[in-house]
Design a protein around this ligand. Sequence first.
Ligand code: TNX
Length: 527
Amino acid sequence: MTHRIAQRSLAVAVLLVAACRSTPRTGPAAAERPPAYAIVPNPTTIEIAPGRDSFLVTPRTPVVVDADASSEVEAVGTYAAQLIASRFGATAQRLAAGTTQPDSSIALRLDPTRANLGAEGYELTVRRTQVQIVAAQPAGLFYGVQTMRQLLPPSVEHIASYTRRLVMPAAHVVDVPRFEWRGGMLDVARHFLPAQDVKRFIDLYALYKLNRLHLHLADDQGWRIEIKSWPNLTAVSGNTAIGDAPAGFYTQEQYADIVAYARSRYITVVPEIDMPGHINAALVAYPDLRCNRTAPELFTRVGGPPNTLCVTRDSIYNFVSDVIREISSAAPAPYYHIGGDEVAGLTKEQYRGFVERTQSIVDRIGPRMVGWGEIATANISPRAIVQHWNRDSSEMHAQRGGKLILSPGPHAYLDMKYDSVTVLGLRWAGLIDLHTAYDWNPTALLPGVAESSILGLEAPLWAETLVTRQDYEYMAFPRLAAIAELAWSAPGRTGWEDFRRRIGAQGARLAALGVNFARVPGVPWSW
Ligand code: TNX
């Protein structure tokens, strides 16, 4: 009886399959498939030849570096070894002096004479017998490893798969970035991300060759970094957030650890304490920073009150300089972001006076000052960097010979909703689907601003509506990869139709990494 039913259903199944096979393609189009190999950001040149000349990676494939390699090169090799060896504790192997690269190994080698590769470029060659990554500087080796990673199947992302054998197609890639500043920003002030979640973002930034992590460490709703000389900042405001969500702050040691982790992935952390507005959390903790010396109400909603530092009172500059000094000495950083956006309640003169006086403090301490577009109205030095975000005054900074970071709200704001039914996010800068995030031209954005004034691009992720790491990931991916490609790839190497297919191939990799990316429509996602 059972046997007969089974036989009959087998017959039905065979008929069904036959019917499907012979049906002409009048129904829904066959599912579009992403390309088998696709690198994001798109390299400057890439040739791939899958087939007989593929290189086989097993858990025993060694990553080798030259006998006299620096410890930094060795560290990149160890990073690569752990990626491909599917075990923790794997390390790069130093070749014995005078020996050549063994067969079936992956070699990382610095060649300072390859000046055309710049500080971050690399050449990757995959043959059946060997893999080689060559760069002029260690950062280039690191990016070569990221490209090699994307040539391997998504299962490489599963750390512990001890039996795997991964096939890497023969390939030749020569690749250099377009822009020096390829950034993302995390708002950990409106809601808080614990250090381990920030590190996870750092790892994901590295996958797409981003090299700046801007941390928005304080705003109206919370203060997220320990300042030893002003302990109430975190004692009072370290644990507040929008909607009274659970929050926290980083001790200086934790912050230094994040900065060091980022550095190991060739990412520079850019700390921001937003001033003189967006500062309510500090005013609650220290009412004397306000002109009327009375504590404002704690603010834990979306938006913000117009309260500012009392910029005309000399003593607030002790606060400003203590904060900048402590953050800069907790972890030395080449940049310091002063915020400076959306200041209501000050005259133009008061605002400009604050920016100029704060600039002299930052200059004295050492890092290069960064600020939102509005700061360009002050008399700042061309060494400062202005971050364009809205209809602001960034162009003025280009005119004085200064550099800009482009974060245009209508394209690069990862907190905007994808479409009208996206639950998370805001919509003041418009709905930003993947196409809108990708299909814009950085050099045509601001009239009168030449490419030479553009230091690079950055995608801010504001977090008014984001609570969990999964929320942050949903808004960041895949749009962050779109901005990363515009920042890395030369104009002739970008194009929506091609990107749309290549990002589809990233789906299975992001899924293997457990990233809660938005499966946006119109992309042939791989699973
Ligand atoms: C504007 S961008 C802000 C932020 C908000 C964001 C929300 C900028 C410099 N200021 O304070 O979080 O919009 O999209």
